[in-house]
Ligand binder design. Sequence first.
Ligand SMILES: CCCCCCC[C@@H](O)CC(=O)SCCNC(=O)CCNC(=O)[C@H](O)C(C)(C)COP(=O)(O)OP(=O)(O)OC[C@H]1O[C@@H](n2cnc3c(N)ncnc32)[C@H](O)[C@@H]1OP(=O)(O)O
Length: 721
Amino acid sequence: MEQLRFDGRVAVVTGAGGGLGKAYALLLGARGAKVVVNDLGGARDGVGKSNFADAVVQEIKDKGGIAVADYNNVVEGEKIIKTAIDNFGRIDILINNAGILRDKSFTKMSDQDWDLIHLVHLKGAFKTTHAAWEYFRKQKYGRVIMTSSNAGIFGNFGQANYSAAKLGLVGLANTLAIEGAKYNIKVNTIAPTAASRLTEDILPPEMFEAMKPELVAPVVVYMTHESFPETGAIIDSTLGFATKTHFVRGYGASLRSKPSDPVTLESVQQHWSKAVNMKDAVHIDKMADVTLDLVEKLQEFQERAKLDGDRESYWSKYSYNSKDLALYALGIGASVHNESDLKFLYESHENFSALPTYFILAGMCLESPLVANSMPPGKHADFTNILHGEQYIEFVDSFPGTEGEFTIRSYVTDVLDKGSSAVSIVNSEIYQGKQLVARTQQHIFVLGQGGFGGPRNSKQAIDVQPAPKRAPDAVVEQQTAEDQAALYRLSGDLNPLHIDPSVATVSGHPKPILHGLASLGFSARHVLAKYAGNDPSNFKALKARFVKPVLPGQTLVTEMWLEGKRVHFQTKTKETGNIVIAGAYIDLKNLVSGGASSAPAAAAPSGALKSDALFAKITEEVNKNKDMAKSVGGVFVYNITENGKTVKSWTLDLKTPTVYEGQPKSGKADTTMTVSDGDLVDIAAGILQPQVAYLKGKLKIAGNIMLAQKLGPLLKSPAKI
Ligand SMILES: CCCCCCC[C@@H](O)CC(=O)SCCNC(=O)CCNC(=O)[C@H](O)C(C)(C)COP(=O)(O)OP(=O)(O)OC[C@H]1O[C@@H](n2cnc3c(N)ncnc32)[C@H](O)[C@@H]1OP(=O)(O)O
């Protein structure tokens, strides 16, 4: 690596007679800079004089460097800069390092203690920098370091004077960084901690020993190099470690509901927790950004007020990324055991997508007081008495991507009186920028809070639809895991009802129940795989009612009826036979029958099954890959179905390897699969399996990222029949 050099540069280091300043001066001298070693030579409280600077100059010279000593007070900073000009003809680098301490508790602090500290630290840095500034501007080059302290940034007992001056230096640096930008003058701040005269009886002895100035000096000297990229930065360094400190500003909140409302003490109190919530805080680089932000917020407030009219809405933000999507997919039963689920679990999959039901979470506004505030006088809603009653989601236009940020407007449209219980209906609009992406509606059942004389029904409610009165066209069953609720809750709904046995008992359940949206997610996946080609963008809308709680570990049985592009469904638990989700439907944009699940057979809505061609293709693939097949092993049975009936069976014996019609000659199958028109089927076994998509008479080998490297050529050229 090329050495960072300072040849031709002239540097002034104040307070360079010892400690950090000395270390900076020695390093600059060793790297080719001509150095003015300034030191008044006072004790750490500023009293007295000695000639430390001469010794440092000598040390630089002994190592072949160039340096002069300067004994001026930083308060007369112009004299120090003059030393640089008189001796070396220019000034490029100024490190404002000189400082003293007058620590006292605030009660005991005198005017003199205050003034002296401000004079040396703040006025001193002003004077030296001011004197150097004209040279920097003219030559269009300058590097300035202000020395601040964590005591100034965070405060420290007994250092009111010092802290105030040290934070003052940050403000000075920030403004000079802006003013100097167009002249290539970079001004940065260092908040160092090192063993020096200022810290020798403050730090514990072992720490004092370890905190060598030489561990900080390279950081500060790098900050003065022409290649240093930043300006206006606060760098914190000690013990060979460096980091950056900066200020962040919260998203904030309006302190009134409408522009025509006054701001009152009570409205401030009401909105305070939102105003100071730092969840969406951002670093602000410059004042102009604060002003711009305020203008944008005001505009946004006015637009929202127009949209809300007299209605009180709750506005929130929701952001998500690929990790959130994969975690959610696991929470609703997606698994690597099912190859077609990989696109919901693996962010590098070529078709990585969000599951459509994920976006219901954006509209949940779990932190909002909406439902609680919607209760009539004398009634209340909290996590101990609410149940998720119904859910609706509709995508307005295009399907959202795999990461993003939404703005959500939620409001209660009606509170229904259902006799013993109340139902609060919450609508949410999900926006990406100004674009409406989706709408959701939740019915929140509030147990025991009815009887207030409110309406029983609402025109705003999106109704459930009864399932057709015939045997289902398709049925898929899947067992949930004992840990299903524990896993699902990590996607955001931390209601203790789903994890805490004591809360579940109080609510009258034998154990924590599964989230309604987790069970719904399972069923929606089953529909998506069976009738939507497992393509989330094919999904338009969903509605469902939660009729009975589900316990983690129970098996969900999704029964589906196809009516045009609407798939009606209901869900039962196998163990009890109870219906748990009723009146549900999913509207699709296009029907793609068949799917990726190894579920019980669905009626094939269209197209004849070209099973013979598929059989021939499987035979061909197995013969081509005999060694691979043998190494995988296992006996697989494919039951080929048409209109829900098994019309043929094949056995694939990978041990031999052979493919033949009928049941296994050995009498034993390791895996049995049902294949209907349009299904994806495995032609090998275990993990070494390219997939064959049999779609509308076309057979092709589907891309499989995990195996692409191993199987190479086999996957590159899709086979057709
Ligand atoms: C903003 C923050 C929001 C946060 C929300 C969510 C937080 C989550 O953590 C909570 C959950 O996930 S809870 C788990 C999922 N939900 C459930 O398990 C509820 C299951 N359902 C039940 O137990 C009953 O249906 C039950 C108890 C709901 C109703 O049973 P009954 O009292 O026996 O009702 P019934 O006599 O059949 O009917 C009375 C009237 O109510 C209507 N109704 C029934 N079930 C409803 C339901 N699920 N949703 C909405 N309305 C429902 C009926 O239509 C009837 O009204 P009407 O007489 O006018 O026809």
